[in-house]
Design a protein around this ligand. Structure first.
Ligand SMILES: NC(=O)c1ccc[n+]([C@@H]2O[C@H](COP(=O)([O-])OP(=O)(O)OC[C@H]3O[C@@H](n4cnc5c(N)ncnc54)[C@H](O)[C@@H]3O)[C@@H](O)[C@H]2O)c1
Ligand SMILES: [Zn+2]
Length: 365
């Protein structure tokens, strides 16, 4: 285990993000944080609960008087108000009050949902997140964003609620489906590209250990990726400036996600978005030929796409123009000054976008 990462937030609040191999130290953290705890309710999805609910319950057996659980159907479709209601009903039935503890055990869907339930039940009860997907360990463990989708709108209902603890046990990643693992890698490669060239190089040099999911490499990798996210979130908690840098690859990425009707995962679209954004940087001579091609090709060993068959680039660009990041002068966009250093620009032209989206299309001879 590496040292826990301390994340501070308003009113001098602070919580720890622990990245370690397994759940053997979890009970010690919980007992220290919540002495005399009466009830715990573990919220988890159908996939993760089958694999890890019993292990976590056993690890926490000496932490409270009574332990309850609630398991919902795995998948984004469960991140909705109907599931929130089922959770409230369960907490009521268990006689939960604000001093009791809700634990989310699962990927980003479970983290967002269970944190939202904990944040609203009786105006907020105790909450611990046990992320189990690579994306949720790397991306949702810092920042406190939680919530659910509503009708066709993703994350429409939600808020920011800090957990009391985030504890990521990387050994559980051994059962994560390959495509989900690669999807999480996109956000981790992004962290290196925007902020830390030596971390980016380390990822590339060690891709085989990482893709083999060797725990020591995963702990080191997540520690650095989470610290990079923390750097941006704590300097700009209200997303007014610098934090936008975390959106590298996301403007085109989100538009591709919608265009392909979520057939590609978030990470896959973000990887394609990072290739396209790097192309714009290359067009402005911020990246050399060599740097651009290396950035593009290095997504491949991590199982991420760098090209698409012919698609309607104009439709994707239209999608971007409706995006909230639009300004009067042009499109606000994150580009790379060099690998490891991102900048915010506000003047990306439609022609640049067109070329960037076009560079993703494979030309078959
Ligand atoms: N709050 C934030 O800051 C933040 C950041 C990024 C993403 N998100 C949200 O996270 C969600 C996506 O997260 P996700 O990709 O983790 O989705 P997810 O929770 O649906 O997990 C992906 C799949 O992997 C399974 N799974 C998770 N861990 C597993 C394990 N260890 N072994 C086997 N299977 C496992 C899940 O059951 C699910 O089928 C989205 O709703 C997104 O909006 C939130
Ligand atoms: Zn993302």
């Amino acid at each position: 285990m590496s040292d826990p990462i301390e994340v501070s937030y308003k009113n001098n609040g602070c919580y720890r993000v622990v990245v370690t191999e397994d759940y053997s130290d979890l009970s010690q953290y919980i007992r220290e944080l919540f002495p005399g705890l009466v009830r715990i309710c573990i919220i988890s999805d159908t996939n993760v609960s089958k694999l890890y609910l019993d292990t976590v319950k056993a690890a926490l057996s000496d932490c409270c008087e009574t332990m309850y659980d609630l398991v919902f159907e795995a998948g984004e479709q469960s991140k909705c108000l109907d599931t929130v209601k089922i959770c409230y009903d369960r907490l009521l039935e268990c006689g939960f009050n604000r001093k009791d503890l809700v634990i989310g055990l699962g990927g980003g869907v479970c983290g967002d949902l269970s944190a939202f339930v904990a944040s609203t039940y009786m105006r907020g009860c105790r909450f611990v997140n046990l992320p189990t997907s690579l994306l949720s360990m790397a991306d949702s463990s810092v920042g406190g964003k939680c919530g659910v989708d509503y009708e066709m709108y993703k994350n429409l209902i939600g808020q920011v609620y800090m957990p009391d603890l985030v504890y990521a046990a990387v050994n559980v990643l051994s059962t994560l489906p390959e495509r989900e693992f690669s999807s999480g890698m996109a956000e981790i490669l992004k962290a290196g590209l925007i902020k830390d060239a030596s971390f980016y190089e380390w990822l590339i040099e060690n891709f085989d250990h990482i893709m083999d999911r060797e725990s020591a490499y995963l702990v080191k990798m997540l520690d650095t990726a989470i610290s990079i996210k923390k750097f941006f979130v704590t300097r700009d908690p209200f997303e007014e400036g610098e934090r936008m840098i975390l959106n590298f690859g996301h403007t085109i990425g989100h538009a591709l996600e919608k265009y392909f009707d979520f057939r590609y995962s978030h990470g896959e679209c973000v990887a394609l978005g990072m290739v396209a954004a790097s192309k714009i940087s290359h067009g402005r001579s911020m990246l050399s030929d060599e740097e651009f091609y290396e950035i593009r090709d290095m997504f491949v060993p991590f199982g991420l796409p760098i090209s698409l068959d012919a698609y309607d680039t104009d439709a994707v660009i239209d999608n971007i123009s409706h995006d909230k990041k639009n300004t009067d002068t042009g499109l606000s966009f994150i580009l790379l000054k060099k690998p490891g250093k991102a900048v915010i620009v506000k003047d990306v032209s439609p022609e640049e976008l067109k070329e960037a989206c076009g560079c993703l299309i494979v030309e078959w001879d």
